[in-house]
Design a protein around this ligand. Sequence first.
Ligand code: BG6
Ligand code: MG
Length: 214
Amino acid sequence: ELKACIFDLDGVIVDTAVHHYKAWKRLANSLGFDFTEEQNEQLKGVSRVRSLEIILAIGNHAATAGEQEKMAAQKNDWYLELIGQMTPEDILPGAKEFVEACKVEGIKTAIGSASKNTLTILSKIGLDKHFDAIVDGNKVTKAKPDPEVFLNAAKELNVEASACVVFEDAIAGVEAANNAGMRCVGIGQPAVLTQANAVVPSLASITLNEVKYL
Ligand code: BG6
Ligand code: MG
């Protein structure tokens, strides 16, 4: 029986990938190397600290722990500048309608995201009051594919893992859902999100009724 839907934020509810990409590219360029959109795929669902490590490896750029801290903070400042211009128009197709359908049907909802900017973003797009629980990068210590973020969300909702469905656009996120013992709807391409129970291009392409019978 379906009792709760847990949504990843970036790439599921809101279209922030391009802003993350621009900010990371700006950092890479400031260090003297380029960072392509294709390489950016590797960063989906990955924490800020780990993303920086991947980028420094791509640029073959060595940095001390202190330097890395400054770089991550600089990237986040640039990212915040970019998301400062976000509006409800940046909500991905079908996302708001799907969350509202959950409410109508008595299904609980939560955000399960790696982002420390979750609350800022939800306020910008006008969805900060729409979820029963919000578990973000400030509340967890282990990054996806560890199931911590989704297990904590289920706990806050007081629902058992087997009654939860997760919505994820990242490979690491789908793995985290599997590791939590939860069913998972992939948002993206079936060839990429091979471990999901179903894959759709957006929340506009699936109904709550279909999710119940996954
Ligand atoms: C994830 C994004 O949701 O959050 C990643 O997919 C991002 O790209 C991660 O690095 C951490 O986000 P933030 O906002 O804390 O830097
Ligand atoms: Mg995501």
